[in-house]
Design a protein around this ligand. Structure first.
Ligand code: CTP
Ligand code: MG
Length: 228
């Protein structure tokens, strides 16, 4: 049983801003992407690590990675959408011996090994698993002209994170189908859902935030200081 992880890191960080994409920015002195890769590299369950990077950042990313984890990771070309970055990574030869594939955003560095193991265990039982938290806010569906259409029962809602985990063949089938149909989902599970396959939900982690804005980076700094 081998588990591979795909780390999409080919985004340009428009909402974060700045000259260098956010995944290469330091968080508590260590670049975000290095923190994320380091977490997976330290887990004995994880085999291949494949990172999707944009062509223009390839050299930069390889140099940075070699400084911290020489020879540990494989690189693949990112695409214009996250989904295309994942699709490219799924073609990589390093996946050959994997039967489970995790997909994890480069910009979520604060997850724990317990979360990864929860996802892997659930994939082995159910074929597909994602972490989620019950939203703290009440979520409403809105009309186009700015009114409320419907209020959802919070207990039935999940705010979804990564790592998301899948049986490799299932994920490959789902991505092939989605690419043929030009279906673009907002996460990997939605691609599997498009195929009609069930996706199991496990408990996510409060600190497993996605660094989207400068404010998120400040929050991540605080979380890391708090852990010291
Ligand atoms: N990503 C990717 N390929 C893309 C777009 C995004 O690999 N074409 C990756 C990002 O690098 C990030 C993850 O997907 O690790 C989640 O994306 P997001 O937080 O939206 O990052 P960006 O797309 O870089 O940011 P923004 O949407 O603000 O431009
Ligand atoms: Mg984006």
């Amino acid at each position: 049983m081998s588990v591979a992880v795909i780390i999409p890191a080919a985004g340009s960080g428009t909402r974060f801003g700045g000259n260098l994409p956010k995944q290469y920015m330091p968080l508590h002195e260590i670049p975000l992407i290095i923190r994320t890769v380091g977490m997976f590299a330290s887990l004995p369950e994880i085999g291949a690590i494949i990172i999707a990077v944009s062509d223009e950042m390839k050299e930069f990313a390889e140099t940075m990675m070699n400084e911290y984890y020489p020879k540990r990771v494989h690189f693949t070309s990112g695409g214009s959408e996250r989904q295309i970055s994942i699709y490219n990574a799924l073609q990589h030869g390093a996946l050959e011996h994997a039967n489970t594939v995790l997909v994890h955003d480069a910009v979520r560095p604060l997850f724990t090994p317990a979360l990864v193991r929860r996802v892997i265990d659930a994939v082995r039982e159910h074929g597909a698993a994602i972490p989620a938290l019950t939203p703290k806010d009440t979520i409403k569906k809105l009309t186009r002209d700015g009114f409320v259409e419907q209020t959802y029962n919070r207990a039935m809602l999940g705010s979804v994170q990564t790592p998301q985990g899948f049986d490799k063949e299932l994920l490959l089938d789902a991505y092939r189908e989605a690419m043929l149909d030009k279906f673009i989902g907002t996460d990997d599970a939605s691609v599997v859902e498009y195929l009609g396959s069930p996706v199991f939900v496990v408990q996510g982690e409060e600190d497993n935030i996605k660094i989207t804005t400068q404010r998120d980076m400040q929050l991540a700094e605080l979380i890391l200081k708090d852990r010291e």
